[in-house]
Design a protein around this ligand. Structure first.
Ligand code: CP
Length: 331
């Protein structure tokens, strides 16, 4: 029989929805990370299929394109033995005028227990959480938050450094439009990291210091201080005006390349949420080089999404039942 350990802190998961890291405590974030680590340990032992969500349905409602998040949520649900429903906006009845809410309500009417939603409008998952009976997991809403991306980034750092507190993490690039930046900031600060946001001043939100971060407009000045550098994609699809003169100039001042790696700490970790713009925020030499943990992030994303689905499903009896009752036997 397979068992999953509870968090070392003994904290219980009580939330029905996962909407953002802003609303989670440090203990709740650590609980998700610990649960993901346990799923990763089990997978390494060959226990890749668990019965925890057997008899439940997870719906992926993606109103924006996705490769990593959508695929890994779908696989995570299958690894936990849930049935899955995949919804793609472009081929749906939205094109016939059906509303976002009617779409979600109709899919829920098929007996869905957990809804994973990505939407270009900030707050869309929060609206659904008020309207649906199902648990809602935010898979990225506009420029607001992308909590499971923040969690998998933090998990990857913790796995490599065995801690978060005391580390200096730079988030470089398009902070203004980045939901990944916001989730990273909330999560990293709650766990005690020093966070520097770095980019052209036009791509740094006003008053971002209020979130407890430092601001830099000069990547070369901060390179030597960073334990981890998370390179955020320039979100051309969200930019409604020119925020810098040219892509070439952006890459010159803020792109991570071999020369900048050589001027960084010898053990610096290079992260990127993906998709990456090779030659813009990161050169192929760095993306495919020894400091890069980009594909580790993708692997860990599966474990994080399993942990989130599992904890939300089990919120009522997380610590109050045996592992067999919680379905933690192989399917
Ligand atoms: N990082 C991320 O959210 O990737 P996708 O858009 O491919 O899901």
């Amino acid at each position: 029989m397979t068992t999953v350990t509870a968090s070392a802190s003994g904290v219980r998961w009580t939330k029905k929805h996962l909407l953002g890291l802003e609303e989670l405590s440090a203990d709740e974030i650590s609980l998700i990370l610990d649960q993901a680590a346990e799923f990763k340990r089990l997978a390494a032992e060959g226990e890749t299929k668990l019965a925890a969500l057997k008899g439940t349905v997870v719906a992926n409602l993606f109103f924006e394109p996705s490769t990593r998040t959508r695929t890994s949520f779908s696989l995570a649900a299958k690894r936990l033995s849930a049935d899955t429903v995949d919804f793609t906006a472009s081929t749906s009845s939205l094109s016939k005028g059906e509303t976002f809410y009617d779409t979600a309500q109709n899919i829920e009417a098929m007996g869905v227990d957990q809804v994973v939603v990505r939407h270009s409008t900030s707050g869309a998952p929060h609206l659904l959480s008020k309207l649906l009976k199902a648990s809602v997991l935010n898979a990225g809403d506009g420029t607001h938050e992308h909590p499971t991306q923040g969690l998998l980034d933090i998990f990857t750092i913790r796995e490599r450094r065995q801690k978060i507190a005391g580390l200096t993490v730079a988030l470089v690039g398009d902070i203004l439009h980045s939901r990944v930046a916001r989730s990273n900031i909330w999560g990293l600060k709650k766990l005690g990291a020093r966070v520097i946001v770095c980019g052209p001043s036009t791509l740094i939100p006003e008053h971002v210091e209020r979130l407890g971060v430092e601001v830099s407009n000069n990547l070369d000045e901060i390179l030597g201080q960073c334990d981890c550098i998370n390179l955020l994609r320039i979100q051309f699809e969200r930019q409604r005006s020119a925020f810098f003169p040219s892509i070439r100039e952006y890459a010159h001042f803020f792109g991570m390349n071999g020369d900048r790696i050589r001027r960084s700490k010898s053990d610096v970790l290079i992260l990127a949420p993906g998709p990456i713009n090779r030659g813009v925020e990161i050169t192929p030499e760095v993306a495919d080089g020894p400091h890069s943990v980009i594909l580790d992030q993708v692997t860990n994303g599966l474990m994080i999404r399993m942990a989130c689905l599992y904890l939300l499903h089990n919120r009522r009896n997380e610590l109050g039942s045996s592992s067999a009752e919680r379905g933690l036997t192989e399917s």
